[in-house]
Design a protein around this ligand. Sequence first.
Ligand SMILES: Nc1ncnc2c1ncn2[C@@H]1O[C@H](COP(=O)(O)OP(=O)(O)OP(=O)(O)O)[C@@H](O)[C@H]1O
Ligand SMILES: [Mg+2]
Length: 251
Amino acid sequence: MTTATAVLDAHGLTKTFDGHTVLQGLDLEVGGGEFISVMGPSGSGKSTLLYNISGMDTMTAGSVAFAGQDLASLSQKQLARLRLTTMGFIFQHVYLLKNLCLLDNVVLPAYLAGLAPREQLNERAMALMRRTGVAELADRDVSEASGGQLQRIGICRALINQPTILFCDEPTGALDSAAAAEIMDILGELNTEGTTIMLVTHDAKVAARTSRVLYLIDGRIVGDRHQGRYDGTRHDQRHLELTEWLLEQGL
Ligand SMILES: Nc1ncnc2c1ncn2[C@@H]1O[C@H](COP(=O)(O)OP(=O)(O)OP(=O)(O)O)[C@@H](O)[C@H]1O
Ligand SMILES: [Mg+2]
């Protein structure tokens, strides 16, 4: 049964590459406002899950509904539009256009969506860049920002169309622990404001800040832990409890 608040509802989600089944018929419901981390060994299918559940890649079998709408019923064009206007993507490395300044990189998805006049988009982008502490870089080039700053730019770009859900694939994977904690603070705030987040990570310290942890082995969800919302306190304790749980999952 799908609950009224489900943002994503996957049934029998299966993905096969060259005869090798990487996602083995997953069932997963993601409720509105959830903050989910996806963990599991390298090659267990975490990225593949993210790409297939978001319609970035085409599943081999099964179904995925986004806000009650079956992704398979959409044309490629409709799917691209849905992704552009309702989903944000953040990756380990930020892919920005080198011939555009950082502000224009943030604005680009909104410009493509054509939802508001350019002036308004610039203001929205600047507000996001102020919020994430990179406003002073607006006119700079990609080569003039640090890894942590680029990740913030990537977050601004992912947020420019005010997505319902953010998909993050190891967003802190290339950052030191201080920069990683700052990125997680931003994601935590966004989630508190209502954005649903699904985040792949290898880092239990990162996952300890989310409210639900999925554990994948060989393309199956073998663990699904609800650990309550992180309120900024007891991080060490949450990290410890999660680490114990991960050990039980066979990490
Ligand atoms: N485009 C592709 N073509 C062929 N095989 C692929 C492709 N993408 C992923 N795979 C295979 O699917 C399996 C799962 O890969 P996936 O990238 O989802 O793992 P992961 O859990 O994200 O791993 P990591 O933690 O290393 O990022 C691996 O065996 C991988 O080789
Ligand atoms: Mg991966």
